[in-house]
Design a protein around this ligand. Structure first.
Ligand code: HEC
Ligand code: HEC
Length: 214
């Protein structure tokens, strides 16, 4: 090896080493700390920890986030922060959170047990929704309680929130390339039936309660 090549190789190794050193703290900060998340998450309880609390306009119940997939919670918070999701209060809530804050909060909420209260829709509407839900199973799981971390759990979520979300995807107010395609051809009757079906399924979601925060 010529001394030139050796020098170049040494320089490359030095560069690679410093790059690795730069990257190491980044990957380390990405693991969520549920204890820190429980402190940061206190402020979220006022709404998400109050079962049945309604968003004033449009009216729908504040979604359950206890037991939701951590990866999806982080994606949702980022979408509010970068304003690709429209809700003004949640944009304000997410605005000051760092990536690390989001990971910690998500670690905390995702570890919670589900205690969802299945909705009180008619058996007929639920059965109708089940038939329409076949195309959703690939991503969300048959009952909406799927294991894939990038697809939100729907099982046991409030029907009013599921309806609100599907209408927002359909209108383009909430942007997601997959869900915009999935919702494009749904009628309001389809949306009501699908929401009733998923809301009535047993799943891992809960409205986090204060006593869980000990
Ligand atoms: C003033 C009430 C309120 C407070 C406080 C609040 N949220 Fe929300 N949150 C909502 C509402 C309403 C929605 C539904 C918004 C929408 O339609 O996009 C929501 C949506 C979410 C979602 C998306 C859920 C989903 O299934 O897509 C996440 C995640 C979330 N909030 C996390 C938090 C966290 C973390 C905090 C605390 C830092 C917090 N929220 C504080 C009312 C609140
Ligand atoms: C190819 C995968 C895929 C299929 C099929 C699919 N979804 Fe989704 N769904 C997603 C992804 C990804 C998201 C999260 C998008 C985002 O971040 O807004 C999502 C989000 C949702 C949400 C919002 C949940 C929340 O907590 O805010 C609802 C409701 C939903 N889907 C219902 C359905 C229904 C009903 C069907 C069937 C008609 C369906 N999805 C089919 C991938 C899919």
């Amino acid at each position: 090896m010529s001394s030139n090549t050796t020098r170049r190789a040494t320089a490359l190794i030095a560069l690679a080493t410093s790059l690795i050193a730069l990257m190491a703290p980044v990957s380390k900060t990405m693991a969520g700390d549920a204890v820190r998340g429980s402190q940061l998450g206190q402020t979220c309880l006022g709404c998400h920890g109050a079962p049945g609390l309604r968003n004033p306009s449009p009216v729908f119940e504040v979604p359950m986030i206890g037991g939701q997939h951590a990866e999806y919670i982080v994606a949702a918070l980022k979408a509010y922060k970068d304003k690709t999701r429209p809700h003004p209060t949640m944009r304000a809530q997410a605005a000051s959170l760092s990536d690390q804050d989001m990971e910690d909060i998500a670690a905390f909420f995702s570890k919670m047990d589900g205690n969802s209260r299945p909705g009180a829709a008619s058996a007929e509407l639920i059965a109708e929704g089940e038939k329409k839900a076949a195309p959703c199973a690939a991503c969300h799981g048959k009952t909406g309680d799927g294991p894939s971390p990038t697809f939100p759990k729907l099982a046991g979520q409030y029907a009013s929130y599921l309806t609100h979300s599907l209408k927002e995807y359909r209108s383009g107010e909430r942007q997601n390339i997959i869900m915009s395609g999935q919702s494009a051809n749904l009628t309001i009757e389809d949306i009501k039936a699908l929401s009733a079906y998923f809301a009535s399924q047993q799943g891992g979601l809960s409205a986090p309660q204060a006593e869980i925060f000990k």
